[in-house]
Design a protein around this ligand. Structure first.
Ligand code: PAF
Length: 252
């Protein structure tokens, strides 16, 4: 696995060694878990080459503490990606990805203002902007996104259509622990007691109750609820356990 920090080197390799039409891409912010690895495995299976990026994108964090608390597990991330058969790990820095210092950005004006976007102003501008930059740099045939971040998945798919990008966005099923908790980089920050309680989020979200009743149940179980909302055939939720924010969604 080649580890590339310099985007100029990447661009040269993209035009020569990795010029295949069958290039898969998995963008990440690191702190890899089984969910990320399932995207990587799928890309490795479906493409000649797989590129993974690790870039902790500051423009999608509306809260500086959340950004600083984000786990950094780069050493184990590297060895897990190598073992999974990844060809290139791209790790650019802020100055390379944002030569404009974020004076240019991409916005979606409707769905991005709901759910997580309502509670984290500017979050999806940051996500869409960095994903557009990465897709333009990597030029993948396919890019893999998890259904756990369903709102992100829908917004990225919409952006790709809106801007005629030549990349297929491949949705991948949420990976869960045996007790139902969706895998997330933030799970490692749960206290042992909150880790025991966390699977209730998924089981209560799945109950055949109105969103208001689900909120009541979550609150009595000790969650601080940011939102529970039904949109289309999905029920979306975001909660806090202590300082840790968890999101999930279920078919409803
Ligand atoms: O889902 C994530 O980890 C991030 O939002 C992404 C897509 C890597 C963009 O920074």
């Amino acid at each position: 696995m080649r580890i590339i920090n310099d985007l100029k080197i990447w661009e040269e390799l993209r035009n020569t060694v990795y010029s295949s039409d069958s290039l898969g891409f998995v963008p990440t912010m690191g702190a890899l878990h089984k969910g990320h690895l399932s995207l990587v495995h799928r890309s490795v299976t479906e493409n000649d080459f797989t590129v993974v990026s690790i870039f902790l994108n500051p423009t999608q964090f509306d809260n500086a503490d959340d950004l600083h608390e984000y786990p950094d597990t780069i050493v184990s991330d590297r060895s897990r990606l190598k073992k999974a058969g990844v060809d290139v790990l791209l790790c650019p820095d802020y100055d390379q990805l944002y030569p404009d210092n974020y004076t240019y950005k991409i916005s979606e004006t409707e769905f991005s203002k709901q759910l997580c976007g309502k509670h984290r102003p500017g979050h999806f501008d940051g996500v869409l902007t960095v994903v557009l930059k990465l897709i333009n740099l990597v030029k993948p045939r396919r890019a893999y996104f998890g259904e756990k971040d369903h709102q992100q998945l829908k917004l990225v798919s919409g952006m790709v259509k809106a801007f005629f990008l030549d990349t297929e966005i491949v949705p991948c099923k949420t990976v869960r622990e045996i007790d139902g908790l969706a895998d997330s980089s933030r799970n490692s920050r749960l206290t042992p007691n909150n880790r025991k309680k966390a699977p209730l989020f998924y089981s209560i979200l799945n109950m055949d109750l109105s969103p208001d009743k689900v909120i009541e149940k979550l609150q009595s179980a000790g969650f601080k609820v940011e939102y529970v909302e039904d949109i289309g055939n999905r029920r979306y939720g975001a909660v806090y356990l202590g300082e840790v924010r968890l999101i999930d969604n279920v078919y409803h």
